[in-house]
Design a binder for this molecule. Structure first.
Ligand code: NAD
Ligand code: LMR
Length: 328
């Protein structure tokens, strides 16, 4: 049995995600228990959602509970999907959400530190997800920073799709697509590692700069078109992310994931949650994969690293409460 906490459970992404979890999208036939967390004012909405989940009579869904207190929602959880946060509006960058959203992840990091299962895996979706994941792990010193991830899979999927569209080929013709750095407009889609029909994508796209911009700005384009941020595609990417973390990666492949940068072989600052090519040995034993980094990407990697360093600087005041508490 897997106990899974989902925060922001009354929101748009969760509404698409939870029914997929009920159908076994994450752990197949294994039973799951859902711990849904949202703000006190959304508890009625959560209750309605729990009733809908029950009415599906999903064979694997053993139990659904609703919470407004993270210390109760996270008790003994194996997996925490941290979605709950404010989304950006038109014309905003994701990092503008830091001051509002950062506090949520500091508090939730402390709660996970106290009550989650010691092997918990934590995937942060709420934006800006890399720095929010960094905040959460800093506030959870009894867990390893390697248990905290930021979702980069949606960006990877967007790159795959744009490459296939430019090449006029089916999506499956594109493999090894890869995103480095921050889930922001400085992210680095890697056209050197990505392959179209087995060959480097860079040699096969007519307008690489246009393609990069389309991937980097896709989230904003969706907000401009629909009035709200991506939800179903984000939920789908989150399902893929969890499966990538728990299932052994096929030989010769990788996936994009924001992961603690300590010990990385690419010369990136050692204390960021940074998008890298990753591989899993199964059950959350994820490691940074070694791929050939094309020299042409160095400058872009520096820019996205610098943005993450600036975000980290901006939130320094939010972290350290656990350490301060211990010294009393
Ligand atoms: P939404 O506004 O529909 O739902 C957010 C939910 O979070 C709301 O129900 C809100 O009440 C809840 N919430 C707020 N503070 C909370 C707290 N402290 N504890 C528990 N719940 C809390 O938003 P959404 O569309 O579901 O998006 C959620 C977040 O995911 C946003 O920050 C959005 O920018 C981000 N996002 C990230 C990616 C990615 O690829 N990383 C993709 C899409 C969206
Ligand atoms: C996305 O990439 O769609 C999300 O991060 C939402 C956003 O703010 O763009």
């Amino acid at each position: 049995m897997r106990r899974i906490a989902v925060t922001g459970a009354a929101g748009h992404i969760a509404y698409s995600l939870l029914f997929q979890i009920g159908q076994g999208a994450l752990f197949g036939d294994e039973p799951v228990q859902l711990e849904l967390l949202d703000l006190p004012q959304h508890q009625k909405k959560l209750e309605g959602l729990a009733m809908e989940l029950e009415d599906c009579a999903f064979g694997q869904l053993e139990r659904v509970r609703c919470w407004s207190d993270p210390y109760l929602a996270f008790e003994g959880v194996d997996l925490a999907l941290l979605i709950g946060a404010k989304p950006r509006g038109p014309g905003m960058e994701r990092k503008e959400l830091l001051q509002d959203n950062g506090k949520i992840f500091a508090m939730q990091g402390r709660a996970l530190n106290e009550v989650a299962a010691r092997h918990v895996q934590v995937v942060v979706v709420g934006n800006p997800c890399n720095t929010n994941a960094w905040i959460a792990q800093k506030e959870a010193p009894s867990l390893s920073p390697t248990q905290f991830y930021a979702m980069m899979q949606l960006d990877q999927n967007r790159l795959q799709v744009q490459l296939a569209l430019q090449a006029g080929l089916p999506y499956e013709a594109v493999t090894h697509s890869l995103i480095w750095g921050n889930h922001s407009s400085t992210q680095v889609p890697d056209l050197y590692s990505s392959r179209i029909q087995g060959r480097p994508a860079i040699d096969q796209v007519a307008h690489p700069e246009q393609l990069l911009a389309a991937v980097q700005q896709r989230g904003a384009a969706i907000i401009a078109a629909s009035g709200h941020s991506s939800a179903a595609s984000a939920a789908h990417a989150l399902v893929q992310t969890v499966r990538n973390i728990y299932q052994p990666t096929r030989a010769g492949h990788w996936f994009s994931l924001g992961i603690w940068s300590y010990g990385n072989p690419y010369g990136i600052d050692q204390d960021l949650i940074f998008g890298f090519p990753c591989r899993s040995r199964g059950e959350g034993r994820v490691e940074i994969a070694e791929v050939e980094l094309h020299p042409a990407l160095r400058e872009r990697l520096k820019a996205t690293e610098q943005e993450l360093q600036e975000e980290r600087q901006q939130v320094m005041g939010l972290v350290g409460e656990v350490a301060r508490g211990c010294s009393l």
